[in-house]
Design a protein around this ligand. Structure first.
Ligand code: SF4
Ligand code: SF4
Length: 968
C-alpha cells in the first residue's frame, strides 16, 4: 500500500492492521489506532494523562526486533503496525496471567466494592487466563482502610501509576508517590502515612483512575456498590459550589438510593469532582428530612427561639444596634466564668424543637400561608412582605419565587445569598463593564500568561476550578496569589503576597501605580475601550510601592515585581473570591480589579478577563432570574419605569413595585423595627449565614408570620409559623447556571420522601391561593417563559442544553457551546466602554484594639457548605471534618497558651463562642480564621453587620475579636 508523507500539513500516514491511517504529527500509535476505531488494550494509560508506557499491555509489532509500547511510541510516516498478531496477543495474555497471579484471590470478589469495571479482570476474561494457583495470592502488602471514603488494597495494585498521575496531573494534589523496594514497592500517601491521615483531600480522582480495584469507593450508608451495569445512571450536576461539575449518579433502584457518583465529561469540569461532589450526596437520604407540613402549636407562642442554646446566645449577645455593636459594653467580661451548656453534635435538636409543631395537611398549611401573608399585605401594604430565595434552587424555582413576591405582593423585597457573597463584585462589574457575569471561564486560565488569584481559597471553595489553575501553572502560566491567608493556593503560586486583611485597594493601587510608571499600560485599549483613565491615574499616583508596603505589609519590591509581570503579560486574567467581596470596601476592591484589567487591555481576548468565582451552585442563575431587589430578570433595573411596564405586560400584572426593594440585611433591619412583618423563606438559613446573628434571631422572633420551605429543620425554621417540606435538588428536574455562565440540566434522581413536594409546585400553589392564576405543568414550561424575558438566555432550550449544558450568551442554538470570552468588541455599558472607577483605600470599620486584639476572618472549609445543613448530614463530609475550629498562628497560640485541640473562647462585641484551637502556619500573626458552618460555634455570632455602601454586602472578612483559653 502506498504511503504518502504529508509533513507539510502536520500529519503522518501509516498503516495499522492493513488500514491506511492519517494522524496528527506527534500522536502516538495508540491514539491513531483509537481514532481509527482499533482498540489496543492498555492498563497504565488514560487519555487524560501523559503516557508512561510501564505496563506493556499495549505493545504492538512495528517490524522491529522488540514490540513497541503503543501508548508512548509516536507515529511515523510509512510505519507498518500490527496490533493483534498471535505473538502480540500471546505477550498480552502472559502479562495478564502474571499480573492476575499477583492479585488477591478472586473469590474476595472486588466487584463488591468496585464499579464492576475492573480492567485487569476484564483482560483476564478476554484472554481466558487465571492466576497461577501454585503461587500465594496477593503480594502481602496489605490494605489501608483509614480513609472514610476510599479503601486501599495494596495487593491489587499493579503499580501502573495511574492514581499518581490522576492526583498530580489532574487534581494537582501531589499526595501519592511510591515507597519500598523491589517486591515491597507500593503506592504511598505523603511520607507513607495512612491515607486517612495524609494530606489527601478525598477527591476520589485516584479511585476513578485505578484499573484494578486497588483503590475503591467505600459504600456510603451501607449501600453496597454493585456493578455499574446493574444500576441506573442519571446525568446531572453537582449541588454544591459554583463550579457546577457534571456528574453521573449510579442509582440502586432496589434500595432506592445512590450507590456512588462519577465525574462526567463536560467542557468546564472535564470529569473532575471534589470530595463534596463525589461523596457528599447522601444528605438527601437523611432520616432527618422533613416529610410532612408543620404548623406551630398555639402554646408555642409568643414566638422566639425554641432551642435552649439559641436562647442562651440571645440572652448573652447583648442588644445589637444598627451598626452591629452591642449595648453591653463588655460581653466578654459579663460572660466570664459562665458555662455555655451546649449540646454536642451541632445540628438542631429535633427532639427539642419538633414538639412545638403539629403535623398538618398540605391544604391546611398552604391555606394558612396564603391567608396570613395576604392579611399582612392587606393591613400593612407591600413593604411589610419580603422573601428570601435560595441559590440552591433551580433557575425555574428562583424565577417563579421572585415572580410570586413581585406580582402577588407588589414588592421588590426579594433577595438571596448573593447579597452575602458577590453583591459588591456584581455592583462594580455593572458599573464598570455593564454585566455582572464573568467575562471568561475558569478553564480559560490555560490561555493566560499570568493569572491573579485573589481573596479566594480556591482549593477549598472551588476545588475543581483550582485544579485548572494548578494545571495551567504546570503548563507555564504564572500564578500570582494575593490573600491574607497562606492557604493551599499559596503552595501552587509563583508569587504569594500575604497582605494585611482589608488592604486590597491599597495593594492594587500600588500595582497600577507601578504599571503606569513603567509604561506598561495598553494605551490603545485605554483610548479606544475605556473611560475615566485620567482620574484613575491621578488616584493611583498617591500609592507608590513604599507607601503601599506600609499599608499592606507586602514588600515594595514584590509589588514592583507583580506590576512588571502583570504589565508585560500578553494575557492576564483575574479570579477572585469572597476575600475581595465580603468587605465594606468590597465594591472598591472589585473596581480595582476591573481597572487592573482595563489599563492593560486584559479583557475581551483569550486568557484574559475578570472572573468572580461564584459561591453556590446556582447563585449566578438565581441572580439572572431576578432574585434580587434592585433587578428584574436579566438585571433589568427595578426602578426604571420602562422596565416595570415591560414586566407588567409580560406577566399580565398590575402595579409592580416602582422602587428597588430591600436587601437581605435591610430586610432583617426592617423586621427588627417592625417594618417587614411577613416573610417567605425558601431554602435560606439566615440564622447561620447572616452577620451578627443574634440580631437576625431577634428579627425573626419579631415577625408576625414566617413560612420556611426547606428540606431540614434548619435553625431558621425554629422561628417559623409554618414549615413546608421541600425537595432536594436530587428530587426534581431543573436548570442551574454555574460560575462560567454554563446553563445545565439537573435531573431527577430520587423520589421526594414522605409528603415532601417539589418546590416550584409549592410556590405555584401559594400563588394560586393568593389570586394569581398560574398553570405551569413542568419546569420546561417555566424555562420557556423565563427565556422569553431574559435576552441573555436567548437560543437556549431544554432540548438543546444536552448533557453538557451551554454557556450564555449563545449565538447558535444548534451547535455552539456558547461564548467563552465576552466583550471582544465592546462592553455592555451605555457607551460600550469600560468605566474605570478609582478608589481610595479605607480601613475596615472595626479595627483591633486592646480589648479585642485579633482580626477575625470567616469562610468555608473544603468539606462543608454554607450553613452545613446538607454537608453535616453527609456521612463522608461529616466524618472527615466533624467540628468547628479556630485557626491560629503558632506564635499567637503559644502566647495564649493554646495547643491543638484545646478549647478556645472567641468573643467580639456581639457575641461569644467556644471551639477547638487549630495551630496553623497558614495564618498571619494577629489574625484568626473560623469557618462559619457550625451552629455550635457559629462564627456569625461574632461578625459585624456593617455593609458595603454599594453592594450592601456585609463585612464577613474583618472584625475585632478576643481569644482566650475556654477554661481560663
Ligand atoms: S483522593 Fe484525591 S487527593 Fe487523595 S490520593 Fe486520591 S487523587 Fe490524591
Ligand atoms: S468543585 Fe464544586 S461543583 Fe465540583 S464537585 Fe466540588 S463542590 Fe461540586
Amino acid at each position: 500500500m502506498a504511503i504518502t508523507a504529508q509533513e507539510s500539513t502536520g500529519t503522518v500516514t501509516l498503516t495499522i492492521d492493513g488500514r491506511e491511517v492519517s494522524a496528527a504529527e506527534g500522536s502516538t500509535i495508540w491514539e491513531a489506532a483509537k481514532a481509527a476505531g482499533i482498540d489496543i488494550p492498555v492498563l497504565c494509560h488514560d487519555e487524560r494523562f501523559d503516557p508512561v508506557g510501564v505496563c506493556r499491555m499495549c505493545v504492538v509489532d512495528v517490524g522491529a526486533p522488540a514490540f513497541a509500547a503503543s501508548c508512548v511510541r509516536a507515529c511515523e510516516n510509512g510505519m507498518q503496525v500490527k496490533t493483534d498478531t498471535p505473538e502480540v496477543e500471546r505477550s498480552r495474555a502472559m502479562l495478564t496471567k502474571l499480573l492476575i497471579s499477583d492479585q488477591p484471590a478472586r473469590e474476595r470478589d472486588p466487584k463488591q466494592t468496585t464499579t464492576g469495571d475492573n480492567e485487569l479482570l476484564a483482560l483476564a476474561d478476554t484472554y481466558q487466563v487465571s492466576g497461577d494457583t501454585s503461587l500465594p495470592c496477593g503480594s502481602g502488602r496489605g490494605a489501608d482502610l483509614s480513609s472514610p471514603v476510599i479503601a486501599v488494597d495494596h495487593d491489587a495494585c499493579i503499580l501502573c501509576d495511574r492514581c499518581t498521575r490522576a492526583c498530580d496531573d489532574i487534581q494537582g494534589n501531589d499526595v501519592i508517590g511510591r515507597s519500598g523496594k523491589g517486591y515491597d514497592t507500593h503506592i504511598a500517601f505523603d511520607l507513607s502515612d495512612p491515607m486517612g491521615a495524609s494530606s489527601c483531600v478525598s477527591c476520589g480522582e485516584c479511585v476513578a483512575a485505578c484499573p484494578t480495584g486497588a483503590l475503591t469507593n467505600k459504600p456510603i450508608r451501607n449501600i453496597p456498590i454493585r456493578p455499574r451495569a446493574e444500576l441506573d445512571a442519571v446525568d446531572t450536576v453537582c449541588p454544591y459550589c459554583g463550579v457546577g461539575c457534571a456528574l453521573t449518579y449510579y442509582v440502586d433502584r432496589d434500595k432506592g438510593a445512590i450507590a456512588y457518583a462519577e465525574g462526567r465529561e463536560q467542557p468546564g469540569s472535564h470529569g473532575r469532582l471534589c470530595v463534596k461532589g463525589r461523596y457528599g450526596w447522601d444528605y438527601a437520604a437523611s432520616p432527618q428530612r422533613l416529610t410532612v407540613p408543620l404548623i406551630r402549636r398555639e402554646e408555642s407562642y409568643p414566638k422566639g427561639a425554641l432551642s435552649a442554646d439559641v436562647r442562651g446566645d440571645m440572652d448573652k449577645g447583648g442588644e445589637a444596634n444598627d451598626h452591629g455593636m452591642t449595648n453591653d459594653a463588655n460581653p466578654k467580661g459579663k460572660r466570664k466564668g459562665g458555662k455555655r451548656g451546649r449540646k454536642p453534635g451541632g445540628l438542631v435538636d429535633y427532639a427539642e424543637v419538633l414538639p412545638h409543631f403539629r403535623e398538618a395537611t398540605w391544604e391546611e398549611a398552604l391555606d394558612l400561608v396564603a391567608r396570613r401573608l395576604s392579611q399582612i399585605y392587606a393591613e400593612r401594604g407591600p413593604s411589610a412582605i419580603a422573601g428570601f430565595g435560595s441559590a440552591k434552587c433551580s433557575n425555574e424555582e428562583a424565577y417563579l419565587f421572585q415572580k410570586l413576591i413581585r406580582t402577588g405582593f407588589h414588592t421588590n423585597n426579594i433577595d438571596h445569598c448573593t447579597r452575602l457573597c458577590h453583591a459588591s463584585s456584581v455592583s462594580a462589574l455593572f458599573e464598570g463593564i455593564g454585566s455582572g457575569a464573568v467575562s471568561t471561564t475558569f478553564g480559560d486560565v490555560i490561555n493566560a500568561e499570568v493569572a491573579i488569584v485573589t481573596g479566594s481559597n480556591a482549593p477549598a471553595n472551588h476545588p475543581v476550578a483550582s485544579s485548572f489553575f494548578k494545571q495551567a501553572r504546570r503548563n507555564g502560566t504564572t500564578i500570582i496569589y494575593i490573600d491574607p491567608r497562606a492557604d493551599k493556593m499559596a503552595d501552587h503560586s509563583d508569587i504569594f503576597c500575604q497582605l494585611k486583611p482589608g488592604t486590597d485597594v491599597a495593594f492594587y493601587n500600588g500595582v497600577m501605580h507601578e504599571v503606569i510608571r513603567l509604561g506598561l499600560t495598553d494605551d490603545a485599549f485605554i483610548a479606544d475601550r475605556t473611560s475615566n483613565y485620567e482620574a484613575l491615574r491621578r488616584t493611583v499616583a498617591d500609592y507608590p510601592p513604599v507607601r503601599v508596603e506600609q499599608i499592606t505589609g507586602v514588600p515594595a519590591d514584590v509589588i514592583r515585581r507583580v506590576a512588571r509581570i502583570w504589565g508585560e503579560a500578553r494575557s492576564g486574567v483575574i479570579y477572585w473570591g469572597m476575600g475581595i467581596s465580603q468587605h465594606t470596601t468590597g465594591t472598591d476592591n472589585a473596581r480595582c480589579l476591573i481597572a487592573m484589567c482595563g489599563i492593560t487591555g486584559n479583557i475581551g481576548k483569550p486568557g484574559a478577563g475578570l472572573h468572580p468565582l461564584r459561591g453556590q451552585n446556582n447563585v449566578q442563575g438565581a441572580s439572572d432570574m431576578g432574585l434580587i431587589p434592585m433587578f428584574y430578570p436579566d438585571y433589568a433595573k427595578a426602578d426604571d419605569p420602562g422596565v416595570k411596564a415591560r414586566f407588567e405586560q409580560a406577566w399580565g400584572a398590575a402595579d409592580l413595585d416602582p422602587a428597588k426593594g430591600l436587601t437581605v440585611t435591610e430586610i432583617i433591619g426592617s423586621a427588627l423595627k417592625g417594618g417587614v412583618r411577613g416573610m417567605y423563606m425558601l431554602g435560606e438559613n439566615p440564622f447561620l449565614s447572616d452577620p451578627n446573628i443574634n440580631k437576625v434571631r431577634k428579627a425573626l422572633s419579631k415577625l408576625e408570620f414566617l413560612v420556611v420551605q426547606d428540606i431540614f429543620l434548619t435553625e431558621t425554621a425554629e422561628f417559623a409559623d409554618v414549615i413546608l417540606p421541600a425537595s432536594s435538588y436530587l428530587e426534581k428536574d431543573g436548570t442551574y447556571t454555574n460560575t462560567d455562565r454554563r446553563v445545565q440540566l439537573g435531573r431527577k434522581v430520587l423520589d421526594t420522601p414522605g409528603q415532601a413536594r417539589v418546590d416550584w409546585e409549592v410556590v405555584q400553589d401559594i400563588a394560586n391561593r393568593i389570586g394569581l392564576s398560574w398553570d405551569y405543568q413542568t419546569p420546561r414550561d417555566i424555562f420557556e417563559e423565563m427565556v422569553s424575558v431574559i435576552p441573555s438566555y436567548k437560543n437556549l432550550t431544554y432540548d438543546n442544553l444536552g448533557p453538557t449544558g451551554k454557556l450564555y450568551p449563545n449565538p447558535d442554538p444548534e451547535h455552539s457551546d456558547g461564548t467563552v470570552v465576552m466583550f471582544t468588541e465592546k462592553f455592555n455599558t451605555n457607551d460600550g466602554l469600560a468605566h474605570l472607577v478609582p478608589a481610595e483605600w479605607l480601613p475596615a470599620r472595626e479595627l483591633p484594639d486592646e480589648d479585642y486584639p485579633f482580626v477575625l476572618n470567616t469562610g468555608r472549609m473544603l468539606e462543608h457548605w454554607h450553613t452545613g445543613s446538607m454537608t453535616r448530614r453527609s456521612y463522608a463530609l461529616d466524618a472527615i471534618s466533624p467540628k468547628a475550629l479556630v485557626f491560629l498562628h503558632p506564635d499567637d497560640a503559644a502566647e495564649l497558651g493554646l495547643a491543638d485541640g484545646d478549647m478556645a473562647r472567641v468573643s467580639s462585641r456581639r457575641g461569644v463562642i467556644e471551639l477547638e484551637a487549630k495551630v496553623s502556619h497558614r495564618e498571619a500573626r494577629g489574625n484568626c480564621f473560623i469557618p462559619f458552618h457550625f451552629r455550635e460555634a457559629a462564627a456569625n455570632l461574632l461578625t459585624i453587620d456593617e455593609i458595603d455602601p454599594f453592594g450592601k454586602i456585609p463585612e464577613f472578612k474583618f472584625c475585632a475579636v478576643a481569644i482566650e483559653r475556654a477554661d481560663g
